[in-house]
Design a protein around this ligand. Structure first.
Ligand SMILES: Nc1ncnc2c1ncn2[C@@H]1O[C@H](COP(=O)(O)OP(=O)(O)OP(=O)(O)O)[C@@H](O)[C@H]1O
Ligand SMILES: [Mg+2]
Length: 312
């Protein structure tokens, strides 16, 4: 019996990928070393691309994350998993500085985001590609124009060059032929891939994915997962993937971080997570409806709500 697949890198390379011509089987592109899987005593460990240091944050009075420390190594695919409402999207907002911590620091490539002025922030954000939860395309723009949008907004490249770049990015997600379609004419899985092409338009160093698999059928989900890993390695980028989907995520992630109860409840490689006896990790990995994470939002007892107590 074959060993249980652990990571995409170990088991699925070389993938049958839509990335024609990308160096998937050749030497890893510069900067795509996976410190978590490839580090040896002789290899100098590069500084992390993203780091959260003792971050506490929230919305208004409500604290969502308390004293969180998180390290995202360059070239890695790091998965953020955990309970709904636990603060996964909030972590992405911290990294994009849409949200500033109440205390602690968020560092991108060694720079404390809180110290950046408008220009500095603009430059840093240009280095991040974001695939939003429910990632919406501009509905009145064609697939081509959606991908061209960030290039037209942020660069002064000629239309001719933009055309070549857009077609390259669309090719990377297997949708070069769909360039003239409108968003209403593509499927949900295709729309997700168009959004991905748009997220990589400016050649980011970091790609943030919020629920890239939500609402996809198993086949499209597999395609999306492989694409995330393949793009990560071919482009030499770093990826942070927020997902609920254990199977797909464990297949492509180097490192998994579980967020629950206002902090990081557990983290490690997918293999370590599978072997973990932490009840919260088990509940997630085994998809158990109840465990440390309750199915029901805290509420009055059913008896109280249905007035049964009073009738007794
Ligand atoms: N803009 C906001 N203002 C006030 N509260 C917010 C805001 N955004 C999120 N929250 C709250 O912060 C908590 C964490 O939200 P977040 O979106 O980070 O969760 P999540 O882990 O991404 O959940 P899901 O898996 O459901 O997307 C939730 O309780 C949410 O209600
Ligand atoms: Mg979310």
């Amino acid at each position: 019996m074959p060993a249980t697949p652990r990571t995409y890198t170990e088991n699925l390379r070389p993938p049958s990928s839509p990335l024609h011509g990308w160096p998937l089987t050749g030497p890893a592109p510069a900067g795509s070393l996976h410190p978590l899987t490839a580090a040896s005593p002789d290899t100098p460990v590069p500084s992390p691309l993203v780091e959260l240091r003792s971050v506490t944050c929230g919305y208004g009075e409500r604290i969502i994350l308390r004293d969180v420390n998180l390290t995202v190594p360059r070239g890695a695919v790091v998965a953020l998993m955990g309970t709904s409402g636990g603060g996964k999207t909030t972590v992405l907002r911290l990294i994009g500085r849409q949200l500033t911590p109440l205390s602690g620091q968020v560092l991108f490539d060694g720079q404390d985001l809180a110290t950046l002025d408008r220009r500095g922030l603009h430059d840093v954000r240009r280095r991040m590609g974001m695939l939003f939860q429910f990632g919406a395309l501009f509905t009145d723009l064609s697939v081509f124009d959606n991908v061209a949008f960030p290039l037209r907004e942020h660069t002064r490249l000629s239309e001719e060059l933009i055309r070549d770049l857009v077609l390259m990015k669309l090719d990377a997600v297997g949708l070069r032929g769909a360039r003239d379609l409108m968003p209403a004419q593509v499927s949900g899985g295709m729309a997700r891939r168009v959004a991905l092409a748009r997220a990589i338009a400016l050649d980011p160093d970091l790609i943030l994915y919020d629920e890239p698999f939500a609402g996809l059928d198993p086949i499209s989900m597999g395609v999306a997962a492989r694409l995330i890993r393949a793009l990560n390695d071919a482009l030499g980028v770093t990826s942070i993937v927020v997902s609920h989907d254990v199977e797909e995520t464990f297949l492509i992630a180097d490192h998994v971080v579980f967020i629950a109860n206002g902090g990081i409840a557990a983290q490690g490689t997918p293999a370590q997570m599978r072997a973990s006896d932490d009840p919260l990790v088990r509940q997630f990995v085994d998809a158990a409806p109840d465990g440390p994470v309750r199915f029901h939002y805290p509420a009055a007892t059913a008896e109280q709500d249905y007035g049964l107590e009073a009738r007794r």
